[in-house]
Design a protein around this ligand. Structure first.
Ligand SMILES: *Cc1c(COP(=O)(O)O)cnc(C)c1O
Length: 390
């Protein structure tokens, strides 16, 4: 099933739901008996929360993960069922609303434990929670950094509540500093600290539930990190978190996002003509330039000026000519261009089809592929292809 692009839009962000499902299936077979929690935070890295979540479940994701508690509530209220974990919220967040919806809430600290308990006592049901240990990232989690750590305190507070049936610990987890550098010494060290954290919880009488520590990079490079469940995000969308080690195709993944635009204008200009703000690019010869109606307001990084590749209608690639503007970019179509306004160009597509990729854009813009897709076209509706397309 294919959903047609809105005729009004001059560019299209197309998301291939079959690619998402098949990427999850590929990740599942990679991790053997471990489960996959597909991370669908940040509107599924720009791919659209609800359709992407359903596609991930179709591919065999046993659970879904989002950062913000509000995203979890949005997903539930849109009809997304099954285990759903959140790990980011500040005082005042609707923890009660999350627990009422059966959302699993991560506890990293005493105040979060208290926020969960307020609801758990009142509801009379065991609140489903995951405990997060900080093994060295120094971001979320209770730090385990010695014999009398915040982790020890959290475990001591949680254990009697588990025994009383107030809390249901579904998992204990951590997050890596350097998963994209599998040989970095912190990787091994964090795994050792994590093992110790689980042992401390067990000694206090807490069954740790699902042990999960691996993001995409660990899932693709570090089998010792699989444990009971892995938590890939970017790989679900067909991007490699370790582009220096392997391409999506090397890992059996397929890019799910494809961004195309129609030329709004084409014009002949003379050699030496400067193009776009500040004339950062000059025509090396008489040529035809084309106006692509997308800019930084649509998520194209301004740092990709004079660099990121665009596929011309004839299939060849050309770098953006000059500066990325708010709403538009220019490209050099070449002196022999015989097409017209309305012809399609590809900004981001699939590497195995010879199209420019999010990774190419990341390299041109000095960032990572995650940021390219996640920030893509906030003002443009997504178009879905594949089974289950809305
Ligand atoms: C974003 C995130 C992930 C997924 O990371 P990827 O690198 O995209 O696989 C996993 N766990 C946590 C805690 C995250 O914040």
């Amino acid at each position: 099933m294919t959903t047609a692009a809105s005729p009004a839009s001059s560019f299209t962000v197309e998301v291939d739901l079959d690619a998402i499902a098949s990427n999850v299936a590929a990740l599942r077979s990679r991790v053997g008996a471990a489960q996959v929690m597909a991370v669908v935070k940040a509107d599924a890295y720009g791919h659209g929360l609800v359709p992407a979540a359903r596609a991930a479940q179709r591919g065999g994701a046993a659970a879904l993960g989002v950062a913000q508690l509000a995203e979890a509530i949005t997903a539930r209220d849109a009809g997304i069922e099954g285990p759903l974990l959140t790990w980011l919220y500040a005082p005042g967040a609707d923890v009660a609303g999350a627990l009422d919806r059966g959302i699993e809430v991560t506890i990293s600290s005493r105040w979060q434990l208290d926020a969960v308990l307020d609801t758990a006592w009142a509801s009379g049901r065991a609140a489903p929670v995951h405990l997060k240990v900080d093994t060295g990232l120094a971001r979320g989690g209770a730090l385990l950094d010695g014999a009398a750590s915040a982790w020890h305190d959290l475990v001591a507070a949680v254990a009697p509540l588990v025994a009383e049936g107030v809390l249901d610990v579904r998992g204990i987890w951590q997050h890596f500093v350097y998963a994209d550098a599998p040989d970095h010494p912190t990787v091994r060290h964090q795994q050792e600290v994590y093992t110790e954290a689980v042992a401390i919880a067990r000694r206090a009488g807490i069954d740790p539930g699902l042990q999960h520590i691996a993001n995409s990079a660990a899932t693709l490079t570090n089998p010792s990190s699989y444990l009971d469940m892995v938590r890939p995000g970017v790989a679900v969308y067909g991007l490699s978190p370790v582009p220096d080690l392997g391409s999506p195709q090397d890992y059996g993944l397929r890019e799910a996002m494809r961004v195309t635009a129609r030329l709004a204008l084409v014009k002949r200009v003379r050699a030496g003509q400067g193009v776009s703000y500040a004339h950062l690019w000059h025509c090396p010869r008489d040529t035809v330039i084309g106006l692509v109606p997308m800019g930084y307001a649509d998520g194209l990084p301004r740092t990709a000026s004079n660099g990121a590749p665009v596929q011309r209608p004839d299939g060849t690639h050309t770098p953006i000519a000059g500066r990325v503007c708010m709403d538009q970019i220019m490209i050099d179509l070449g002196p022999d261009f015989a097409g017209a306004a309305g012809d399609e160009v590809v900004l981001i597509g699939r590497g195995d089809r010879g199209e420019p990729t999010a990774q190419d854009w990341a390299e041109a813009a000095g960032t990572i592929n995650y940021e390219i897709v996640t920030r893509m076209a906030p003002r443009a509706p997504r178009t879905y292809v594949g089974e289950g397309a809305p």
